[in-house]
Design a binder for this molecule. Structure first.
Ligand SMILES: NC(=O)C1=CN([C@@H]2O[C@H](COP(=O)(O)OP(=O)(O)OC[C@H]3O[C@@H](n4cnc5c(N)ncnc54)[C@H](O)[C@@H]3O)[C@@H](O)[C@H]2O)C=CC1
Ligand SMILES: O=c1[nH]c(=O)c2[nH+]cn([C@@H]3O[C@H](COP(=O)(O)O)[C@@H](O)[C@H]3O)c2[nH]1
Ligand SMILES: [K+]
Length: 521
């Protein structure tokens, strides 16, 4: 491509971001367009490296929200594999369970299943068939308790039961009711992997012995993990993956501002968490500032994202108190009713712009949280100064989001998605109730979110690469080769913006069609 082409800047249409934001009244992502730039590089060359906190750089500007229908270990793992970060939610029955999710991400090794579905000796063939039907696994380890972490007794694989018909009147020796203990291959006859060995050693054993699955046990004979041939065959490289200094995946977790959260922080740090998010709709409270100062004083190496904030005054308070990043957004989320119920909040475009501009002077990155409806919204958030975008709803219908799919109306497969301030989420666990219904509160609940469903979006293994590619195309259209360049040129007024009227918004969407299908990736 020729790089001698240049734009004549005396003809620049639209306005600078600063001019656009100087108009009175808050603006949202939907209120503006970015004007096209000059394409003189390939989409492959667009570099999305950015910062999520002061000290942590990642390769793509994507973060999953700490919500109990969005981020547990599966989501956090896939986010990190593709160069983003997942923030494990804080709505678990106990602090130990939250820390266990962090540990699963930290222990992730390609091909290894750290939490395999297990059976007990008295589970039946029908139970195994159910696992196969539900999750597609053709075999399972048998342990004393039926969970990983207890003594391995054997393995059952499809070969042990595949001749059984679904008819329990079968005259065969083995029926649906036969206990697994009778048909499993007992542990004495199994080739096992050793938990103390490096992954390469176990992979070699699996290949050499031509096994479908290799159970990994510790010195005591307890099951620690399962190495699966099919996963290894699928193994691909993740060149953008977010890693810590020990080459483990990066992961974050959220805590609230109650005294009891200090125990969560302690356990999360012990599990290896890299980032703590202090989760609140209004981050400027004495509770948050105290929590922030305590975490930074007790664990200086842990990066803390404080928030949420939407104004510069709020930003200053938390930056002064030691925040390593700010989470921006109040009421902009898809499930949020904060602006309606509390009458408080701010249009997200303006909030991101104002806070980012202020925080930039101190090298503090901004996480644009809420209202990311599609990939273009991520590009807009970053153009307004955010370093990364945090998504709840956009990721909620994916395979990696917690919860099972259900069939919604009209035969559409959906997953539940709910606000963390919804009654549903508040009532989920004693720990979350403690947040709302303490002795000093009046026991009257005021929900700030709704419960919803999200359409099946398939696996993040397909969806995240689509988002990354979409952002790269966006930056290419804007004429910026990297996020760094985008932000510099926006700041310098070289990248131009234009507000759009309600009619322009309609024109910019799909219109005038009899019907249409929206297939995106
Ligand atoms: N970003 C957004 O627009 C919004 C997000 N949310 C989400 O919903 C969830 C709940 O948010 P919030 O209601 O803001 O939670 P919160 O935990 O900050 O506040 C809940 C209530 O507890 C009080 N509180 C907090 N710490 C306390 C302490 N140490 N001692 C005494 N009282 C204390 C607060 O003042 C408030 O009345 C979070 O996950 C949040 O991210 C909720 C609303 C809006
Ligand atoms: O007003 C609210 N009530 C709630 O119950 C609630 N739960 C989550 N959040 C916030 O919404 C963000 C996710 O928004 P999206 O679905 O638009 O990505 C999240 O990242 C949160 O900031 C809430 N806001
Ligand atoms: K909203």
């Amino acid at each position: 491509m020729t790089d001698t082409l240049v734009f004549d800047n005396t003809l620049a249409d639209g306005e600078t971001v600063h001019e656009m934001m100087a108009h009175k009244g808050g603006i949202t992502y939907n209120d503006f367009n970015i004007l096209p730039g000059l394409i003189n590089f390939s989409v492959n060359d667009v570099d999305l490296t950015t910062k999520i906190t002061k000290d942590i750089e990642i390769k793509c500007p994507l973060v999953s929200s700490p919500m109990d229908t969005v981020t547990e270990s599966s989501m956090a793992t896939v986010m990190a594999l593709f160069g983003g970060v997942g923030i494990i939610h804080g709505n678990f029955p106990t602090a130990e369970l939250q820390a266990a999710e962090v540990l699963k991400v930290k222990r992730f090794k390609q091909g290894y299943v750290m939490q395999p579905y297990c059976l007990k000796p008295d589970s039946t063939v029908a139970d195994m068939i159910e696992i196969k039907k539900r999750y597609g696994y053709t075999g399972a380890p048998v342990t004393e308790t039926g969970f990983v972490g207890s003594k391995l007794l054997g393995m059952v694989t499809a070969r042990d039961f595949d001749f059984i018909t679904m008819n329990s009147n079968s005259t065969a020796d083995v029926t649906m009711e036969t206990p697994i203990a009778q048909i499993m291959v007992p542990v004495e006859k199994l080739t096992l992997g050793n938990a103390a060995d490096a992954p390469e050693v176990s992979i070699k054993t699996l290949k050499k012995c031509r096994l479908g699955k290799l159970a990994i046990v510790n010195k005591k004979g307890d099951l620690c993990a399962l190495l699966c041939r099919s996963d290894l065959l699928k193994t691909r490289d993740y060149p953008l993956a977010s890693h810590d200094s020990k080459n483990q995946l990066l992961v974050g977790a959220a805590v609230n501002t109650r005294e009891s959260s200090k125990k969560n922080v302690e356990l999360l740090v012990a599990a290896g968490v890299d980032i703590i998010v202090i989760d609140s709709s209004n981050g400027t409270s004495t509770y948050q500032v105290e929590m922030l100062r305590w975490i930074k004083a007790t664990y200086p190496k842990i990066q803390v994202i404080a928030g949420n904030v939407v104004t510069r005054q709020q930003a200053k308070l938390l930056i002064d108190a030691g925040a390593d990043a700010l989470r921006v957004g109040m009421g902009s989320g898809s499930i949020c009713i904060t602006q309606e119920i509390m009458a408080v909040g701010r249009a997200q475009g303006t909030a991101v712009y104002d806070v980012s501009r202020y925080a930039k002077q101190f090298g503090i990155p901004v996480i644009a949280d809420g209202g990311i409806r599609d990939v273009g919204y991520i590009t807009k958030a970053v153009s307004l100064g955010a370093s990364v975008a945090m998504m709840g709803g956009l990721l909620a219908g994916t395979t990696e989001a917690p919860g099972d799919y259900i069939w919604g109306p009209n035969g559409v497969r959906v997953k539940k998605y709910r606000g963390m301030g919804s009654l549903d989420a508040m009532e989920a666990h004693a720990s979350s109730q403690d947040r709302y219904f303490t002795a000093d509160s009046d026991q009257i609940k005021v929900a700030q979110g709704v419960t919803a469903t999200m359409k099946d979006r398939g696996s993040c293994h397909k969806f995240i690469p689509y988002l990354i590619r979409g952002i790269q195309h966006g930056l290419q259209d804007i004429g910026a080769k990297s996020i760094a360049e985008l932000r510099q040129n926006v700041d310098d007024g070289l990248i131009r913006f234009e507000r759009r009227s309600t009619n322009a918004q309609l024109e910019g969407g799909v219109h005038s069609l009899h019907s249409f299908e929206k297939r995106l990736y």
